[in-house]
Design a protein around this ligand. Sequence first.
Ligand SMILES: Nc1nc2c(ncn2[C@@H]2O[C@H](COP(=O)(O)OP(=O)(O)OP(=O)(O)O)[C@@H](O)[C@H]2O)c(=O)[nH]1
Ligand SMILES: [Mg+2]
Length: 334
Amino acid sequence: MSESDANVPAAVTGSVRRSRDVPVLVERAREGDPRAVARLITLVESGDETVPSIAAALAPFAGQAQVVGLTGSPGVGKSTTTNELVRALRARGHRVGVLAIDPSSPFTGGAILGDRVRMQDHATDPGVYIRSMSSRGHLGGLSAATPQAVRVLEGAGCDVVLVETVGVGQAEVEVASLADTTLVLLAPGMGDAIQAVKAGILEIADIFVVNKADRDGADATVRDIQGMIALGERGPGQWRPQVVRAVATRAEGIDDIAAAIDKHRGWLVEHDELRRRREARAAAEIEAIALGVLRARIGSLRDGTHLPALAAEVAAGATDPYAAADALLAQLAR
Ligand SMILES: Nc1nc2c(ncn2[C@@H]2O[C@H](COP(=O)(O)OP(=O)(O)OP(=O)(O)O)[C@@H](O)[C@H]2O)c(=O)[nH]1
Ligand SMILES: [Mg+2]
């Protein structure tokens, strides 16, 4: 459905774009209206006060999509690979959602513009939702808004949600805690194999993709990674990370990546690991939300409560900050 859909009067289109009517937006998203999907993601991204009711309305559809994370250094080929994976998944008849997370910029910067260009192939496909999100400015970063955005896409009937994040700092660890299957992309000659160990990426990667295999050094990179995997301790029945070569710009290796994702999916289900991962993810989400609520309440306690009095006591040495914190928490619980 396009913005200029003849069946939808302009006034209605406009109202969807600004609406905060959660039941209506969710109903429309369920029907596949891309404007309603976009609006709901904007609401969760901005931490709107409607977020709890959005989450409540989407709860029944939780867990319906396979969530695949793609991470790796800037420019390693994540968006190009995502674009080709979308094509492969569409060919199998899946509805696909893509979230491209930019951890650095709150604005639509160069990288995201690049994503848009590289994923342009699917811009008019009603079975594909592509969305760029910024995680900066969010308390809890990626971990706060992205799970809700995934839920919106699940609610909209996506069978697969691909989440692209640049592998900087905590972002790749966060994407791994969000995804059922995590792909770590590397490229030859970037010193990535060594970086990977340093950053603890070995622990989070279910599948390594050595992209840009058209370049010199791909064999060495594959060998390095395989060597590291061989060194890792693994009990019987544990997943052994797969290594796949790709040339994303030529769509080479994409079927192998899709096959590795399927294999991992099968392993997750067989070992009851899918349930375990999803419960761990839900626990982290609940914890983050509860901490956010607590933080907000403590903030609001600053005026007209106990806190100034406790602070004066601590500053004067009449009590210690731990005892004061206990007193504050006791007050919060009341
Ligand atoms: N030679 C070669 N170039 C590639 C390959 N895959 C991607 N590229 C190029 O690498 C550049 C970066 O590709 P992207 O897909 O934007 O990489 P990215 O990881 O999404 O980049 P960021 O989102 O900015 O971190 C582009 O110029 C691509 O055309 C490949 O397999 N071989
Ligand atoms: Mg990209």
